[in-house]
Design a protein around this ligand. Structure first.
Ligand code: BTN
Length: 232
């Protein structure tokens, strides 16, 4: 594995597009001027945190199975936090939560060719040492805010990387991912894309990534990422 450290860049996911970065490479920037998040959002963060991307060049991973990369990434983050004594959960699809607060976000950008994933850029924003957050942010937290300790960011980064490559070769990835889901087996409110609020129980995530909710009628419905959001 090669670790590339930048003082400043636009986005480590943008850098990751360069073919000079190969399988296993880790691109870490202390600061990003155009950090990107999910759903077209910006990712703005403090320099006390981590913003980095990991490059994967899978062999033979069918495009239809690309959710596996999200699962492996989420598990690597949870295991890293657990290794520091922090209990964390996976908020579908791959936000990482401590209690009801977000400690990490993931933006995965895959290149597909001939029905397989040829390259994956796994972008991770992990809140490590930040103690104060802008009140406009919905529900952020950090490792430090939770434990009152400061962390060596490079050590944290290397742990995420090594867990990721350990997990990617393991069995039962989907089962483990499901067992660590935020709000698993609990009944909560969700917002559908048209604004409607529903109450339902989260019973798992299907292999292709749909959120499985059981409605009060007993019917189980699978939702795609753009179709539903959690109400927290
Ligand atoms: C989200 O929760 O919306 C995803 C946030 C992902 C942020 C990371 S920071 C490193 C990488 N570079 C980016 O521009 N985005 C990801």
């Amino acid at each position: 594995m090669n670790l590339y450290i930048y003082e400043q860049t636009t986005s480590t996911n943008d850098l990751g597009k360069s073919p000079s970065f190969v399988e296993g490479d880790l691109i870490w920037a202390h600061s990003q001027s155009a950090g990107r998040g999910q759903r077209g959002n910006k990712w703005v963060t403090d320099e006390q945190n981590l913003t980095f991307s990991i490059i994967l060049e899978p062999t033979g991973l069918a495009a239809a199975d690309q959710f596996l990369i999200a699962q492996v990434t989420a598990l690597a983050l949870v295991k890293t936090l657990v290794s520091y004594g922090i209990e964390a959960r996976i908020k579908w699809t791959n936000d990482i939560y401590i209690g009801d607060k977000k400690v990490a976000g993931v933006l995965i950008e895959n290149s597909l060719s001939n029905g397989v994933v040829s390259r994956s850029i796994i972008g991770i924003g992990l809140n490590v040492n930040q103690l104060e957050f802008d009140s406009s942010l919905p529900n952020p937290t950090s490792m430090s805010l939770h434990t009152n300790q400061r962390y060596d960011r490079e050590q944290v980064l290397r742990r995420v990387h090594s867990y990721l490559f350990e997990i990617i070769n393991s069995a039962d990835i989907a089962k483990e991912y499901n067992s660590l889901l935020y709000r698993l087996d609990e009944r909560h409110t969700y917002r559908l894309a048209d604004g409607t609020l529903i109450n339902a129980t989260l019973i798992g995530v299907a292999p292709r990534g749909e959120l499985q909710l059981r409605h009060d009628s007993g019917e189980v419905v699978g939702y795609l990422f753009k179709e539903i959001t959690f109400v927290i």
